[in-house]
Design a protein around this ligand. Structure first.
Ligand code: ZN
Length: 362
């Protein structure tokens, strides 16, 4: 994740902490100072925050190790002020495996809470608990808080707001009865509804809920899209969707000719050739920019975008979805056994999915 500070590696997993985390620490130290807390109090508070994030890390490690059991690697664990993110290379498609991986995180918190409970005496009544906690943090209340936070982490993460853990549990349960992409859509809608409640609640209570809510809304959407994409592209190869019809320009042609081609048709992307060999692409923005900066007699060869992404016709579509998404506006060259056969871009794969989806709904 961008803006993260790497702390180290464990079991091949990169562990890093996001820079906004420092803001959180500074905020806590500052509000403690402003409330007139002494240094010892501030020290206890920071220690509590530190240990909470350590258990958040253990929670994520729980997911990662459960995934590893199913031969899924985790590239990194990042700690953010709103919690942790374990970056799994893929998400188990088997609902039973997804259930186990999703439960593994909250299970870690439940185990930690249970172990902590063995070593402390919990007050008998809630009134006693409240008056104890009002003393502020000390050696005794620290562990009580720690235990409560672990229970809270387990419960909060199990709220069925996809893509939170509880939402993944929900998706897995639904996926026992319906296709995975439909289960994801249902879970994502429920998640987004709950996330809106989080945002509202955040305005009246803890502002972190607003961030978590937004994170869920965006995360749910992109995962629902991804799952739909991989469901409908399964079993298809790049060869099945390659575009054989596309507009071309020769390197030696001028910007004026490119402008004419642009005005003459609907294409916004052009493949640039040196005779028959593709050398790069140029799009509408590039043509307009070149027209204003270097004039209409400039040869296309001077402004062509040369490092085009290349795809093999035999690659499964679901494997290239992410890289197509990352280079959304670029044409990809498709080669079959070393022979250039056409081009492909993200929109074309998206169209393919839309068509499959529509045909499946009949
Ligand atoms: Zn989790």
């Amino acid at each position: 994740m961008k803006g993260s500070l790497q702390l180290g590696k464990i079991a091949g997993i990169r562990v890093s902490i996001h820079w906004t985390f420092l803001l959180l620490i500074a905020y806590i130290a500052f509000s403690n100072y402003r409330n007139g807390e002494n240094l010892t109090q501030t020290g206890w508070t920071l220690l509590l925050v530190g240990s909470v994030f350590f258990v958040v890390f253990l929670h994520e490690l729980g997911h990662a190790l459960a995934a590893k059991h199913y031969h899924i690697n985790t590239t990194s664990i990042t700690l953010l002020p709103i919690g942790g993110v374990a970056n799994l290379e893929s998400i188990p498609e088997n609902p039973k495996e997804e259930l186990v991986v999703a439960f593994a995180g909250p299970a870690v918190n439940i185990v930690i809470a249970a172990i902590t409970g063995l070593f402390i005496t919990f007050p008998d009544t809630s009134q006693q608990l409240v008056s104890l906690l009002e003393q502020g943090l000390n050696a005794q209340t620290f562990f009580i808080q720690f235990l409560i936070i672990n229970i809270w982490l387990a419960v909060f993460n199990l709220i069925p707001a996809f893509p939170m853990d509880g939402g993944r549990v929900l998706r897995a349960l639904l996926a026992f009865r319906m296709p995975r992409h439909k289960a994801t859509l249902v879970a994502a809608r429920i998640g987004q509804f709950l996330a809106i409640l989080f945002v509202f609640a955040g305005f009246y209570s803890n502002p972190f809920l607003i961030f978590i809510g937004l994170f869920i809304i965006l995360g749910a959407q992109s995962e629902a899209e991804m799952t739909k994409m991989s469901y409908f592209t399964k079993g298809h190869l790049v060869r099945d969707v390659v575009m054989h019809h596309y507009e071309t320009l020769q390197e030696t042609q001028t910007i004026a000719e490119a402008v004419a081609l642009l005005l003459n048709g609907t294409s916004r992307q052009f493949l640039v050739l040196d005779k028959d060999t593709p050398v790069g692409t140029i799009n509408r923005d590039g043509i307009i920019q070149a027209l204003s900066q270097s004039g209409k007699e400039t040869p296309i060869g001077n402004i062509v975008q040369r490092n085009m992404p290349v795809l093999d016709a035999g690659t499964p579509l679901e494997k290239i979805y992410l890289s197509l998404l990352q280079r959304k506006d670029e044409l990809h060259l498709v080669y079959d056994n070393g022979v250039f056969i056409g081009v492909l871009d993200f929109d074309n794969v998206a169209e393919f999915v839309m068509i499959k989806n529509a045909a499946g709904n009949q």
